[in-house]
Design a protein around this ligand. Structure first.
Ligand code: C2E
Ligand code: MG
Ligand code: MG
Ligand code: MG
Length: 277
């Protein structure tokens, strides 16, 4: 009887589940193939120093140039890459490629690279970062690693040890999407972050929304008090730019300055600014 019931129950769920699993394993195979086929590329979004108006860094953002689907955004493949372990080779490729590109830029321009919490769980990460810097010839001070609050769930001791090792190499550490996760303010005191990136959800209603304004102002003040730089993400309008500039945030990133650009276009953007100056 149990067998019959089990069979009947299974039959109800089977089609939808089988389909989902098939779609997933197709996409997994496709991801694996894409890595070998060189279908990933990095786009670079400028970060501007609000005091000088100069571009001081770029964030590397990965895209998948899919033969049929066109340019696929990271939100659509990073989660699966994380679940399947493919984030390890993909993340290594991103780090290497971003450092190699940046090594060819003017030496006052830094590069920021996003790290998945899965990469962060690998004890070999600090060595891999050091090796990549050596292999690409990029100075450690020109690399900034962006980490989300999610990594802090792995345990404080481990996180602190990892961040301390990375800082020891000389790279910068940015807390990405600040304010969206579960981190407590004490983490900012305990962990050696060099920068806070204020999540764009706090920016979208600026400058009119009083609560958003209060939060952004408070985070910038707190960052300054803790000796950390602040970058405001997702600045889309001149009004938003003026607001955060008046609050003395360090850097601005967003469509108002520029969308993420292919490597050659980013260099064009840099020289365009120079020509205009
Ligand atoms: P993130 O690290 O917070 O990156 C900023 C995201 O905000 C980027 O989306 C960028 O295109 C977008 N953005 C920038 N300015 C604006 C703006 O003014 N308005 C709006 N609406 N959006 C803006 P993207 O490139 O789609 O990346 C999404 C997320 O995917 C990233 O968020 C990051 O968490 C992840 N990601 C991207 N590249 C990598 C990577 O190489 N490795 C890992 N592990 N994650 C990555
Ligand atoms: Mg980021
Ligand atoms: Mg962010
Ligand atoms: Mg984000």
């Amino acid at each position: 009887k149990a067998k019959e019931e089990g069979k009947g129950t299974f039959r109800v769920f089977e089609p939808a589940m089988a389909e989902r699993m098939q779609a997933r394993s197709r996409m997994e195979a496709d991801l694996r193939r894409a890595l070998g086929a060189g279908e990933f590329e990095l786009h670079f979004q400028p970060l501007v120093d609000v005091r000088t108006g100069a571009v001081t860094a770029a964030e590397a953002l990965v895209r998948w140039r899919h033969p049929e689907q066109g340019l696929v955004s990271p939100a659509d493949f990073i989660p699966l890459a994380e679940e399947t372990g493919l984030i390890a080779p993909l993340g290594a490729w991103v780090l290497h490629t971003a450092c190699l590109q940046a090594a060819s830029w003017p030496s006052d321009i830094k590069v920021a690279v996003n790290l998945s919490p899965v990469q962060f769980r690998d004890d070999g990460l600090p060595q891999a970062v050091a090796d990549t810097l050596r292999a690409t010839g990029l100075e450690a001070g020109r690399l900034e690693l962006e980490i989300t609050e999610g990594v802090l769930l792995d345990g404080e001791e481990r996180t602190l040890a990892m961040l301390t090792k990375l800082r020891g190499i000389g790279v910068g550490l940015a807390m990405d999407d600040f304010g969206t996760g579960y981190s407590s303010l004490s983490y900012l005191r305990r962990f050696p972050f060099s920068k806070i990136k204020i999540d764009r959800s706090f920016v979208s209603l600026l400058p009119d929304d009083a609560e958003s304004a209060a939060i952004v102002r408070a985070i910038i003040t707190m960052g300054a008090g803790l000796g950390m730089a602040t970058t405001v993400e997702g600045v889309e309008t001149a009004e938003q730019y003026a607001f955060v500039a008046a609050e003395r945030c360090g850097q601005v990133q967003g469509y108002h300055v520029s969308r993420p650009l292919p490597a050659a276009a980013f260099l064009g953007f840099l020289s365009g600014l120079e020509a205009a100056a």
